[in-house]
Design a protein around this ligand. Structure first.
Ligand SMILES: N[C@@H](CCC(=O)N[C@@H](CS)C(=O)NCC(=O)O)C(=O)O
Length: 112
């Protein structure tokens, strides 16, 4: 696992709902990235290299240049802002509609 990358890197397994959300946020507007499998049944998130990126030992983690981000929703917001995607609209009402689903996913669906 690299700590600093030029290309955007997504750490996490494809079967994770939170990793898939980040990958989809990249795929939709065509943001280039590479993904490294880790987590349940794969490379341990308690290995020193990953643990240094996220001491909570959870995926996804996104690395872009000097930016290291855990937390899928924060990552999605970062990707939309940084790469000029319209997935997170500037209009407050439209943005709130998107964030309603994001908040429900993380607080409701994800806990179920
Ligand atoms: N609130 C966190 C939740 C992260 C989370 O629970 N990640 C799970 C995968 S969905 C995880 O890393 N589980 C441990 C593992 O896969 O080994 C987020 O949105 O990123």
């Amino acid at each position: 696992m690299q700590h600093r990358t030029a290309l955007l890197k997504v750490d996490g397994r494809a079967s994770s709902i939170n990793v898939r959300k980040v990958v989809r946020t990249c795929d939709e507007p065509g943001i280039g990235y590479e993904r490294e499998d880790c987590g349940a049944g794969l490379r341990s998130l308690r290995e020193a290299e990953f643990f240094a990126l996220n001491p909570k030992a959870l995926t996804p983690v996104v690395i872009e240049g000097d930016t290291v981000l855990p937390q899928s929703n924060a990552i999605c917001r970062y990707l939309a802002a940084k790469h000029g995607s319209d997935l997170l609209p500037a209009d407050p009402a439209r943005r709130a509609e998107v964030e309603t689903w994001m908040d429900w996913m993380i607080s409701g669906l994800n806990m179920a």
